[in-house]
Write a protein that binds this ligand. Sequence first.
Ligand code: PLP
Length: 414
Amino acid sequence: SEGNIMSENIRTFKKSSKLDNVLYDVRGPVVDEAARLESEGAHILKLNIGNPAPFGFRTPFEVIQDMRDQLPECEGYSDSRGLFSARKAIMQYAQLKGLPNVSMDGIYTGNGVSELINLCMQALLDTGDEILIPSPDYPLWTACATLSGGTPVHYRCDEQADWNPDLADMEAKITPRTKAIVIINPNNPTGAVYAKEVLEGIVEIARKHQLMIFADEIYDRLCMDDAEHVSIASLAPDLFCVTFSGLSKSHMIAGYRIGWMIVSGNKRLGEDFMLGVNMLSNMRLCSNVPAQSIVQTALGGHQSVKSYVVPGGRVCEQRNYVYEALNAIDGITAVKPKAAFYIFPKMDVKKFNIRDDEQFALDLLHQKGILITRGGGFNWPEPDHFRIVYLPPMDVLHEAMEDLAEFFETYRQR
Ligand code: PLP
């Protein structure tokens, strides 16, 4: 039979064992199942991807115009760190955020923040080195740390404290192998914006244990209500910090692939690490040059994102609606997000008899055609949370919340 031939003579190709423990569920098995259902003609309400453009969020027209004008000049590679104009604009942005001791050669553009997260993990971690990462997290951090051979160690963010990091837990998880702390602020998936005192506490811990800080701040321009974003690096001039941001979310151009990282603080501490960063940066030649060419216009020009997050703006109104609608469901509670476009509700697992959150996500998909991401996809250890992206327009959210309420009503009676 074919099976025998395969096993006796034909070599098949297995993925590398480096990937054995890598988890990236935001585009994982439940998403594959949704795609299969769609291919059979089903209609799926997608509340799973933080990609604003398909939901009608647009970048300011001047950004498109600028790329169009500059395209003929963008045929070649740029400096591996990025175009001067892009880095100069990022430098100004860093100054506005109060980042200390930033220089042009400490600014790197990337094909999204994603590329730079991977680059930093590869440059820093040896097998067995530990890095503190939040739980819940944006799972790319954990995936890249694992892929690099390092060991991600998760500290808890505390739902009771508006999802701020639990500093006691963070400190308790430090060992002699710990090299760095990652914070994601504003946070995906919780929508939290960290209090200044909490950030000061994290700086204190990093100082005491001589750790470097990675701050993923890609949502810093999507704060709502009176939430004020503070860059942790601005509080740590004596430490070695790397701050990440980009235009994917603030300018709704995730598809252009442009992000950056900014090195700040006491750079002598990270000199050798930076040799590694430079080597990897050179090896990838440079990031997408047309996307770099619009950074100056995007950062210096009209900030249309503001109109989405003020009261009455689309993101703010949709947040208000989803927050109310979720909390109105018996057995569901959710902390009100203060930034970004995610909410991370809690389910009463006893009431709903939930033991496996992937099964829950599949049941919701099969029964109501709603696609969410399970909490486990964000390295959350219990099966009692899920993430909703509230970017789709209000009529879609209405339908989704009604269906969700019906679903939980029957789910509890299983
Ligand atoms: N960091 C966080 C916290 C994110 O949520 C995302 C995307 O969802 C990224 C980084 C990646 O963004 P980019 O498009 O810049 O690669």
